[in-house]
Design a protein around this ligand. Structure first.
Ligand code: GDP
Ligand code: GDP
Length: 440
């Protein structure tokens, strides 16, 4: 389900990224750290009193060709207005109210979105006196916070949570496979949607998705129900910021959050660029089933090795996603299009696969006897017991004598053994190490 979105807006240097880190910091720390995953500080998830949310740091959005500070914060504010459920408008207690703040304030005011003024750098009681001038922004009582000292963050979030939309009902049942198509502009996402749904039927009996501006397209094929997530957002064009790279990343993130299976669409004619990796990394980290769709295969000059070479290129670029199957096709000529949905439904199945505890432990025990776990200063990691605690993606907890003894390379080894024993094609796996209680 899409989480409520908080956007942090404000002129440079007020402390947006400091607060962003505070809100999502722990979250970023627990996601697995694998080489090849690009991370940035633009979009993250956090939680307040069991309420999960997404945070956008609009300051992290670089607007190409906009050196002018005012223009660029204006675009950032527009983005926040478009995307957020609640806007945290950050100002600086030490600097006081500036014309740039007023400018941002006016834009936000007109939007009608809920805005909370957070006066950052209120590091001590004395500085609280500087609060009063910020009332004139017209968004009610400003909240004093200090990112540096961790003051007032709870009060700020408490206020933000009040504006979260009611929990949206999940409009689809468990049996429906939710598909998101992601990829940079012009790779052929919309064409592919059209091709999948059938000629000239971009939106078939559209269903309003859980995100207020999303339009999803449900369909059924060979007895399986699917829904293409946010096909309207995909075609939303003509906005100034549509070509801002990070903006399309943000859109993609929202779709990824609501999806089971993410199709990472690549332009077969152009090959792979950094931006493709970036977006794919998000899908992987979000724990979605992932597959690559190499589109425009009709215009690629081919010999009998072309597909093999392209496959290798993808593997080289996406080292952390070797589990993702690759489908080559053409949305335009529909060549090989029939291969797509069977793979989608297969990876969706793997994504929600459950392994019984006894079988799982057999595999782990075998692996351990082939390659003993690492040691550190004479102490050896001991895995007492493994159990699958979640699906989508399959998540396995390993109870061990001391989690500190677990190495990245050994987790990787165990993951590989699991993949050899079970067909997890298309799905990431999560292996979590926990201390076995009796070994405390
Ligand atoms: P951004 O440009 O709005 O993202 O601002 P940053 O988060 O990069 O912060 C700008 C500067 O303000 C940095 O030097 C921070 O260390 C500093 N800063 C952030 N929060 C606080 C705070 O609560 N108190 C003080 N005194 N400085 C802060
Ligand atoms: P999006 O921005 O990712 O949604 O891409 P579009 O679906 O709008 O496609 C961008 C351009 O690529 C359009 O001119 C399409 O006609 C073209 N295109 C899309 N798929 C194919 C394909 O499979 N083969 C060829 N030759 N062109 C394609």
């Amino acid at each position: 389900m899409a989480k409520p979105v908080i956007a942090i807006v404000g002129r440079p240097n007020v402390g947006k990224s400091t607060i962003f880190n505070r809100l999502v910091g722990d979250r970023l720390a627990i996601v697995e750290d694998r080489p090849g995953i690009t991370r940035d500080r633009l979009y993250g998830t956090g939680e307040w009193l069991d309420k999960p949310f997404s945070v956008i740091d609009t300051g992290g959005i670089e607007i190409d060709g906009e050196d002018e500070m005012l223009k660029s914060i204006r675009v950032q504010a527009e983005l926040a207005i478009e995307e957020a459920d609640v806007i945290i408008f950050m100002v600086d207690a030490k600097a006081g109210l500036t014309p740039a703040d007023e400018e941002v304030g006016q834009l936000l005011f007109r939007s009608g979105k809920p805005v909370i003024v957070a006066v950052n750098k209120t590091d001590n009681i004395k500085l609280q006196e500087n609060m009063y001038e910020f009332y004139s922004l017209g968004f009610g009582e400003p909240i004093p916070i200090s990112g540096a000292h961790g003051i007032g963050i709870g009060d700020m979030l408490e206020e933000a949570v009040k504006h979260f939309p009611e929990d949206d009902e999940d409009p689809y049942g468990e049996e429906v496979i939710r598909i998101a198509l992601i990829g940079r502009p012009n790779v052929g996402k919309s064409s592919l949607v059209n091709a999948i749904l059938g000629e000239d039927r971009v939106i078939v009996s559209p269903v309003a998705g859980t995100t207020r501006d999303a339009i999803d397209s449900p369909f059924e094929r060979d007895g399986q129900k699917y829904v293409l997530i946010d096909t309207a957002g995909m075609r939303k064009r003509g906005k100034v910021y549509e070509n801002v790279e990070k903006y399309s990343v943000m859109r993609a993130m929202k779709a990824i959050e609501r999806a089971d299976v993410v199709l990472i669409v690549i332009n077969g004619e152009e090959g792979i660029i950094e931006q493709d990796k970036h977006i794919a990394g998000y899908a992987h980290e979000a724990g979605r089933a992932c597959m690559f769709v190499v589109n425009k295969w009709d215009i690629v000059e081919k010999d009998d090795k072309t597909m093999q070479r392209f496959t290798q290129t993808i593997r080289d670029h996406f080292l952390f996603m070797t589990y993702a199957p690759i489908v080559f096709l053409s949305a335009k000529t529909k060549q090989r299009l029939h291969k797509l949905l069977p793979v989608v439904s297969e990876v969706a199945e793997h994504h929600s696969m459950r392994i019984s505890t006894s079988v799982l432990n057999d595999v782990i025990n075998d692996a351990v006897s082939v390659t003993p776990p690492p040691t550190d200063k004479g102490r050896r990691l001991r895995i007492n017991y493994a159990t699958q605690v979640a699906v989508k993606p399959p998540t396995i907890v390993l109870f061990v004598n001391d989690p500190e003894l677990m190495h990245f390379s050994y987790t990787r080894f165990l993951e590989n053994r699991l993949r050899e024993s079970f067909d997890f094609t298309g799905t990431p796996l999560r292996l979590i190490t926990r201390r076995k209680a009796s070994d405390e």
